[in-house]
Design a binder for this molecule. Sequence first.
Ligand code: SAM
Length: 285
Amino acid sequence: PVSKLSSPGHVSRLLEQHGVKLKKKWGQNFLVDENILKKIISAADVQKSDRILEIGPGIGSLTQKLAENASRVLTVEIDTRLIPVLRETLAEYDNVEIIHGDAMDFDPAPVCEEGPVKLVANLPYNVATPLLYRWLKDSRNCFSRLVCMVQKEVAERIVAKPGSKAYGTLSVICNYAARCEIAFDVPRTVFFPRPDVSSAVVQLIPYHVPAEDVADDAFFFKVVEAVFAQRRKTLLNTLNAAFPLTKEQLTAVCSAVEIDLSRRGETLTLQEFAKLSRVLYNKVG
Ligand code: SAM
């Protein structure tokens, strides 16, 4: 069914009735387009048996569609003022649980005890990057799929290729942990109110076994973070500053695996980061 929440007029009255003035800092731009909602449900391949975790339900536009198509939906909203709105817009669904809280403090592990869940969300711009980064690092086995609307620029960072400006820790960690793609772009016009930037929906399918053998997960993340913290320096200088190895030791270790230390770290592929992590871990891990 077409929801009333896809009418900007209805949304604006609903917010007024509840005395809610939207806050920019929480990225409160709500989807008012049935077609985009359907496309998100289809990108997430939502099935009747699915358990879904949603972050930032807002007024519940996406939540309604998730509730109609999945088995259970757990949704986490930070804004106290939106909880009564959600109770109203989600009143007819008995398979939705609304949690009032900050997604950054939310541990997905207990939710996944019964098996992996799907994360489906129109992520608030302020938490998209740290949340994806943290969950792919620490909790990726929790998710069978992550389908998220993010700012276009974040989506481009996720799928960026080595050497490009957008390539960074997020690109390497996402592609280490999951098969990543941009499902589709989303124009500003499908939101109320309209945001300043365009968005895209990304689809991440975590690997059971990560894409590369890195010897040790935590150490690998440390290497990637150290390299991008100094992305324009040569690998030799970066690694020398970050790890207790002399330039001579580093040169010996890296020439054995054919990594040229005069390169800038930002040009390394995922495979090269993995190789680097393995040899360094053997020395100092
Ligand atoms: N899902 C809705 C939709 O598609 O129309 C709303 C998406 S809106 C872009 C982001 C929502 O996330 C807002 O409702 C905002 O209050 C909420 N939010 C912002 N920061 C949050 C956080 N740290 N934890 C949980 N929710 C947050």
